[in-house]
Ligand binder design. Structure first.
Ligand code: HEM
Length: 562
């Protein structure tokens, strides 16, 4: 070969190739290290210390030690109102953990100073995982949920009830004689995606029950989790090279899902256009309340033609599937395991069952917003599980996006541009100074005071106290209860989830017996994320007399809509 390429290849031995890759990777790590924000030496820190070598050791230990570091930082510093620096993975800056006293200050900063979606994009490598920079730069889907879901809550209840009945009956079965052993994680992972997709794409042709669609959406969300772990291990400067490769499976699952969602989206666009144009055939037609309708409404109101493209709407579904599926599944899994591993003499299961049956009867067999708000015990049992059984050390992360950084006016410290600020979910939820006996699952922790208040004669009721007690409900966030985060970026899906999980638990306890287990399975941690007890099983049996009884008037059609 006499071309310059030929000359190059003649000199390219295996040893030289490996050497070049090693040099390139090490250089990338050094470039990465140098471009990360540098925190003042005066800030307390945990981990192996400062400097390049200590950072490499920190990155290495991140996957196994992060949870211990957060706990150590909480006990030594956060608890006393001081911030602390905790090491992170190779591609991320170390985290500045903000103490409880500065939470409100942090969350109230403008988005142009402390960014939320920039932090989410960094954690989730959204540009790659959610299929494009344009989609990740403008978190339009988040805006749509914030604007729409709370208003649509009442309209969403009947469909949610219907999907819960259908999916729970299928997963737990109808046999009133034999106990059935079910894998708890898999069960919730069969229930939640079907219900979530009813809220996202509606009931048209029961596509939301299509097993191929649901499988592709679950696999897509799995891919986001898996590739986020892999991204962590590569220096940021290598992401443009490895990113498109790591996320090939995301594209495949998107295409598989879009085969089913695109026709629904296209039909909705046509229907809404005809209705808007005054087509008489659409005079009585009502837009279904679901994410597809909301996204079209917001795009029209904003005059945003990009967001009206069917393929863009199909892609906008993905981050919401991600936000909803694993979070709700993990919460349901923990809730069931906390409940069935509790001391039987405490009577939690019977207490929940009594409440569910009583309120459901008062409601005439169809849930309403008002009825669901009276499920104090179920609400408390879920909130308490969210307090105790966290599934990340922190879920609240922010990025300093002001070029000049930010200075805390009370404590005087400065966080430079690019700093990662987090709240310590683990420490705050398990602090004995904030929660009495924090390691105990006390299912009725929040409902006992509410029920006691309700039982008082009218003259002993005080509206101020009623308001304080109402804030013990599971959708209320605070600087010591961060399951849904706190502040203006707190999870906008929580109002829907509260309804969904309350209806699910009510349905389960009314219709099934569940055997007690002696001990809640242990969890493992990987970096800041929990590895849930995926193998945990419980035994369930349909309660006698409950099969013919109409606890939910849902449509129990078969899952397959193909
Ligand atoms: C039990 C289930 C859920 C839990 C525990 C949960 C928790 C959270 C948390 C901790 C955040 C981070 C907020 C922050 O950074 O400050 C969040 C954000 C978000 N969640 Fe949820 N979530 C759940 C279900 C859902 C559902 C069902 C939806 C959709 C309907 C949803 C939509 C969102 C969205 C759009 C955001 C971004 C909010 C923003 O950046 O302003 N979540 N969620």
């Amino acid at each position: 070969m006499d071309t310059s390429f030929g000359v190059l290849f003649e000199h390219l031995t295996a040893g030289r190739f490996v050497g070049a890759v090693v040099i390139f990777t090490v250089t990338s790590f050094i470039v990465d290290f140098a471009s990360k924000p540098s925190y003042p030496d005066s800030l307390p820190r945990v981990g192996h210390g400062k400097g390049f070598v200590a950072s490499l050791r920190d990155h290495w230990s991140y996957f196994t030690r992060f949870q211990d570091w957060m706990q150590e930082g909480y006990e030594k510093h956060s608890k006393y109102g001081r911030l602390v620096v905790v090491p992170s993975s190779a591609s991320r800056p170390a985290k500045i953990v903000i103490p409880q006293s500065q939470t409100t200050w942090m969350l109230e900063q403008p988005d142009s100073v402390i960014g939320t979606h920039e932090a989410h994009n960094d954690i989730l490598y959204s540009e790659y995982n959610f299929l494009g920079k344009r989609l990740s730069d403008d978190v339009y889907h988040t805006r749509v949920v914030h604007k729409s879901i709370a208003r649509a809550l009442s309209a969403l209840i009947p469909g949610t009830q219907e999907e819960l009945k259908d999916s729970i009956d299928k997963v737990f079965g109808l046999d009133t004689e034999q106990w059935k052993s079910v894998n708890v994680w898999d069960s919730w992972l069969s229930i939640v995606p079907q219900v979530t997709n009813r809220m996202l794409i509606g009931a048209d042709g029961h596509v939301n029950r299509n097993s191929a669609l649901l499988e592709s959406m679950v696999k897509f969300t799995d891919c986001v989790v898996q590739s986020s772990f892999l991204f962590c291990m590569f220096p940021k400067s290598l992401h443009p090279i490895v990113g498109p490769l790591l996320t090939i499976p995301n594209w495949i699952h998107y295409w598989r899902g879009a085969k089913h969602t695109l026709p629904v989206i296209q039909k909705r666009l046509d229907d809404m256009n005809k209705k808007a144009a005054g087509d008489p055939a659409y005079h009585d037609w009502l837009e279904p309340e679901d994410f597809i309708t909301w996204t079209i409404r917001v795009a029209r109101a904003e005059g945003n033609s990009f967001e009206l493209q069917p393929s863009v709407i199909a892609k906008r579904l993905l981050p919401i599937e991600f936000a909803a599926i694993h979070t709700t599944t993990l919460t349901g899994l923990n809730m069931i395991l906390d409940l069935v591993s509790s001391d039987l003499s405490l009577g939690y299961l019977e207490g929940l069952r009594e409440e569910a049956a009583r309120v459901f009867k008062e409601e005439g067999g169809k849930w309403t917003k008002n009825g669901l708000s009276r499920l104090y015990r179920i609400d408390s049992a879920i909130r308490e599980s969210q307090r105790l059984s966290i599934f990340a050390t922190t879920q609240v992360e922010r990025k300093v996006v002001a070029r000049s950084g930010i200075t805390n006016p009370t404590q005087g410290w400065h966080a430079p541009y690019g700093s990662s600020l987090v709240l310590n979910w683990q420490g705050l939820h398990h602090d004995p100074d904030l929660h009495h006996e924090p390691e105990r699952y006390d299912a009725f922790r929040y409902s006992n005071p509410r029920e006691e208040y309700e039982s008082r004669p009218a003259e002993q009721k005080d509206p101020a106290e009623a308001l304080r007690l109402k804030k013990m409900g599971m959708v209320t966030t605070s600087d010591s209860h961060l399951a849904f985060s706190h502040g203006r970026h707190a999870c906008p899906g929580r109002f829907f989830v509260a309804h969904e999980l309350k209806m699910a638990i009510a349905y389960i306890v009314m219709n099934y017996d569940i055997k007690h287990i002696n001990k809640k399975p242990e969890v493992q941690w990987m970096g800041q994320t929990v590895i849930p007890p995926l193998q945990a099983r419980v035994e369930v049996r349909r309660r006698k007399g409950s099969v013919s009884r109409s606890y939910a008037d849902g449509n129990n059609q078969d899952r397959k809509a193909e």
